[in-house]
Write a protein that binds this ligand. Structure first.
Ligand code: GRF
Length: 199
């Protein structure tokens, strides 16, 4: 079996794509299962999605700790406890502490809603990525799955998928298209590739 721990901060549509793929998509029969879902945000709807599917959840919020160091220690122990074969950042908005990156070399992946190296790095997350793409006037954008290293969106690229930018797109419309046509396809596919490789 290949266990994954998924880190989330928001709506959890990428988590849902993994759940759905395990149920009857590419991840079915791939021996992949979600061991735990961890969020820094107790309001994240992604936690509901996990609970609706009987997946263990935990909330590690910076607000609950006296300082950043204590939060990072708690986050690492919550991950270590689940002993995952792979850590998946699915809309997780916290920069992964170096201690965690070092403990899990080539075992942490992230989905970013642009074609890296465009529109990525500090400050580029969520809708801001699509606002920047529209402001620049690109005709093609997309999503990237990459390994997480000590930088922000700088690790080795695993998969990318292009998505057309259409006349009159708003950031919200473009975000939905990138999610549906790229993110929700790429993330389960990347997990399947790594599960097979690890097998
Ligand atoms: C989306 O913008 C996605 O591109 C990025 O995180 C945001 C929330 O995704 N990875 P989700 O719906 O919580 O999976």
């Amino acid at each position: 079996m290949f266990s994954i721990t998924v880190l989330v901060s928001g709506g959890g549509t990428n988590l849902q794509a993994i759940i759905d793929s395990i149920a009857n998509g590419e991840l079915k029969d791939a021996g992949v299962y979600i061991k735990k879902v961890i969020s820094n945000n107790k309001e994240a709807f992604a936690l509901e999605r996990a609970k609706n599917n009987g997946i263990e959840t935990s909330v590690i919020s910076p607000k609950d700790y006296p300082d950043r160091a204590a939060f990072e220690v708690a986050l690492k122990s919550a991950i270590d406890e689940s002993a995952p074969d792979l850590i998946v950042l699915a809309g997780f908005l916290v920069v992964i502490p170096e201690a965690i990156v070092r403990s899990y070399p080539k075992k942490i992946i992230n989905i970013h809603p642009s074609l890296i190296p465009s529109f990525c790095g500090k400050g580029y997350y969520g809708l801001k990525v699509h606002e920047a793409a529209l402001a620049r006037g690109v005709k093609v954008t997309g999503a990237t799955v990459h390994f997480v290293d000590e930088g922000t969106d700088t690790g080795p690229i695993i998969l990318q998928k292009a998505v057309e930018v259409k006349e009159g797109d708003t950031p919200e419309v473009l975000q939905q298209r990138v999610m549906k046509e790229a993110e929700h396809i790429l993330l389960p596919h990347a997990i399947a590739l790594l599960a097979k490789e690890r097998a």
